[in-house]
Design a protein around this ligand. Structure first.
Ligand SMILES: O=C(O)C[C@@](O)(CF)CCOP(=O)(O)OP(=O)(O)O
Length: 325
């Protein structure tokens, strides 16, 4: 059978997905809105081969084993079921995502895998069906099918929980500057963290209500290129998400003293008229939503708070591309 290669880019949520209404189908409790990034992506090649007795999966040239391997083979089983085949596959994946920057590669990885595996299995899925399929691998992957600003509508079932583009080409002055905070606390992965918050935080339903209300305002802000509104909604939503973690039982947080130092610096810079807003995911790193034109001023200010701090800049990027071979 023919091999196919797909490239999908990472995305950062501006309104977060943080909790599953249905864990098996990965249906979220809220809609979410993200920005697909240009600089970071996964390339994945898949070919189904009759001679294989089991799936052969390689990540960055090393054979994948354990939990990671099972997530991929479970995903391939969904593709096989859709295509009506039982053939095993050879999967070769390369992440061009600085994991040290705490940028999750699961979104680009499962979006690229959905694209390459479905084509290699002989399927020709619509972008919406690719989003539904990618969602089964990792929720945030449903958004990386598209470029630019993307909404993943929470929906209630496999059909209605799907992403769609809000503004695929973003040619205005916006960047995400990831500040790499190295004092990493013990890593609680996003899958475990979100369900713990959902199950034990008394504020979880407030989170759901606030996020679903913010979705309407965020879409309007994106439509109007209202940078200040986009940034303030995003920062507020990220802090609300992390508040559900701090109010879980037992409480936990991904944020460290240095994370908070960067969050506070963003507020100080805003008081000086520089439009910069902080968003944080399942890790201590802080992503600064900012103007490309303010890059040097922001990095200088960061140096004064966290000398030698490393940053990684990213601008809006494209959706999934799949090619034969
Ligand atoms: O990206 C966001 O909306 C917010 C987060 O990044 C915040 F940390 C969570 C992403 O969770 P994901 O890795 O997609 O979980 P999975 O469905 O359990 O694989």
């Amino acid at each position: 059978m023919q091999a196919y290669t797909a490239r999908a880019h990472t995305n950062i949520a501006l309104l977060k997905y943080w909790g599953k209404a249905n864990e098996q189908l990965i249906i979220p409790t809220t809609s979410s809105i993200s920005l697909t990034l240009d600089e970071f992506y996964t390339d994945t090649t898949v070919v189904f081969d009759q001679h294989l007795n089991e799936d052969a999966v390689f990540l960055n040239d090393a054979p994948l084993t354990g939990k990671g391997y099972k997530k991929i083979t479970d995903f391939l089983d969904i593709v096989r079921q859709l295509a009506g085949i039982s053939t095993k596959a050879h999967v070769q994946s390369t992440n061009h995502v600085p994991t040290a920057a705490g940028l999750a590669s699961s979104a680009s990885a499962f979006s690229a895998l959905a694209g390459a595996a479905s084509k290699a299995a002989g399927l020709d899925l619509s972008l919406a069906d690719l989003s539904r399929l990618a969602r089964r691998g990792s929720g945030s992957a449903s958004r990386s099918i598209y470029g630019g600003f993307v909404e993943w509508e929470r929906g209630t079932d496999d059909t209605t929980s799907v992403a769609h583009p809000l503004q695929e080409v973003v040619d205005w002055d916006i960047q995400l500057l990831t500040v790499i905070i190295n004092d990493q606390p013990k890593k609680v992965d996003s899958r475990g963290g979100m369900q713990h918050a959902l199950q034990t935080s008394p504020f979880y339903q407030n989170w759901v209500d606030a996020t679903n209300a913010a979705t309407v305002d965020m879409k309007t802000a994106i439509e109007n290129h209202d940078f200040q509104k986009i940034g303030s909604l995003a920062e507020q939503n990220a802090l609300q998400m992390h508040a559900t973690n701090m109010t879980a039982t037992p409480p936990f947080t991904y944020l460290t003293d240095n994370s908070w130092a960067v969050i506070q610096l963003a507020a100080q810079l805003r008081s000086k008229g520089i439009e910069v807003y902080a968003t944080m995911d399942a890790g201590p790193n802080v992503k600064l939503i900012s103007h490309i034109s303010d890059y040097h001023e922001i990095v200088l200010a960061l140096q004064s708070v966290l000398p030698d701090v490393e940053t990684v800049a990213a601008t809006p990027g494209p959706g999934l591309v799949v090619v034969a071979g």
